[in-house]
Design a protein around this ligand. Structure first.
Ligand code: FA5
Length: 369
């Protein structure tokens, strides 16, 4: 079926329109078609373009083809009808536009409506891991004594992890520090072997290589050993190394520092004792024990009835170590210690199983906010 608007591409003469009545009928047909198209509210923009479009909209076509070509006799009727139709179309399109815009606004409002009755979003705050808290506590104590904190690589060569610490190849001390060796391209092409450090002691060597005495440092960090996990062992654990070297450091200063640390860390009533021990890189070497802070020294389950708890290894730096870093062993002296952070933390906070540190169970973590 042909539409009324199709006729707007022809002149009135071509359409055979010769009277004012016929003009009115033509415009009435256009208006009826427009009203039919404008019934719905959806596509006002498309309707606007097809009727009011400047180049080829229906009204432009009527102006070009009907008005401008109309005979002088018909022109007033065409002009009048065109003005009426234009007024009608403009008004209706404006209504449709308003309706479309307010529908869009309402939809947006409905979409973005804030439901104040919904529960709020809570983002639980995490806290520092107990091991981090223990590190911070140890660092605080040694910083107050004038020590500096340095960190070092977790991947080492056997030279720094063993040899320069006076542990030559085949030395039995290596047996207790079996670890993970890495296969790296550099090593495959003839470079030195690489291993995960078994203790933080290699940083003693790195530090003394880098700077002349005096040295007063602590080294917090991760270390690795091929130990089976149990209540007091892990294959990855944490240490804080300590090293002090100067021209006048005596065993007395070493003892005083150790006692001060233990009392600050575990409490003022704690007593310490030094027990002879052996490390290849300290001479003499000791194990530092603390009086049991559960029973006060009378004997209980924690201290296995001995009254004492083993805390960490330490000693005066073996002069042989100075030879590896070109320090003058005749002029300098010093002490070193290696704290097992996980075990110190277990002792201080009464944690029976070291594995709890690594399982990330929030029921455990929440107890140490
Ligand atoms: C050392 O690692 C020496 N480098 C310490 C040292 C430094 C001595 C400087 C003298 C001077 P040792 O192997 O004993 O020593 O380990 C030190 C501490 O690490 C132990 O006292 C213990 O607390 C902790 N430790 C050792 N093995 C493990 C393990 N598998 N899991 C958790 N903690 C461990």
């Amino acid at each position: 079926m042909t539409k009324a608007t199709d006729s707007t591409s022809q002149t009135l003469a071509a359409l055979g329109v010769a009277s004012a009545d016929a003009v009115t009928a033509r415009f009435a047909a256009l208006r009826a078609e427009f009203d039919g198209d404008a019934g719905g509210e959806g596509a006002w923009k498309a309707l606007h373009d097809s009727w009011m479009g400047r180049k080829s909209g229906v009204l432009t076509r009527v102006t070009e083809n009907w008005l401008k070509t109309a005979t002088p006799a018909l022109r007033p009727a065409v002009g009048k009808c065109l003005n009426e139709l234009r007024g009608h179309v403009e008004q209706r399109l404006a209504e449709l536009q308003r309706a479309a815009e307010s529908a869009a606004d309402e939809a947006a409002l409905a979409r973005e409506r804030v439901d104040l009755s919904l529960p709020g979003v809570t983002r639980p705050l995490g806290s520092r891991h107990l091991l981090r808290q223990t590190f911070a506590e140890i660092e605080r104590i040694f910083l107050s004594l004038g020590f500096a904190v340095v960190e070092g690589p977790e991947i080492e060569t056997p030279y720094y992890n063993f040899e320069a610490l006076n542990i030559p190849e085949h030395h039995p001390a290596r047996d207790t520090m079996d670890t993970f060796y890495l296969e790296t391209p550099r090593q495959n092409s003839g470079g030195p072997a690489r291993l995960l450090r078994t203790h933080t002691s290699p940083m003693q060597i790195h530090t003394m290589e880098k700077q002349p005495a005096p040295v007063r440092i602590i080294v917090p960090g991760k270390v690795y050993r091929r130990d089976n996990p149990d209540a007091t062992h892990s294959y990855m654990f944490h240490q804080v190394e300590g090293l002090a070297v100067d021209t006048d450091i005596t065993f007395c200063e070493f003892k005083g520092t150790v006692e001060y640390f233990v009392r600050e860390f575990l409490g003022p009533k704690i007593r310490t004792r030094l027990r002879p021990s052996y490390f290849p890189f300290t001479e003499p070497s000791v194990e530092v024990d603390a009086s049991c802070f559960v029973c006060g020294g009378s004997g209980c389950r924690l201290c296995k009835s001995s009254g004492w708890i083993e805390l960490f290894g330490a000693g005066m730096v073996d002069p042989a170590v100075y030879g590896f870093v070109n320090y003058d062993a005749k002029r300098l002296s010093g002490y070193a210690f290696g704290l097992g952070v996980d075990r110190l933390s277990q002792l201080k906070y009464g944690i029976e199983d070291m594995q709890l540190f690594f399982q990330n169970d929030v029921r455990f973590l929440r107890q140490f906010p």
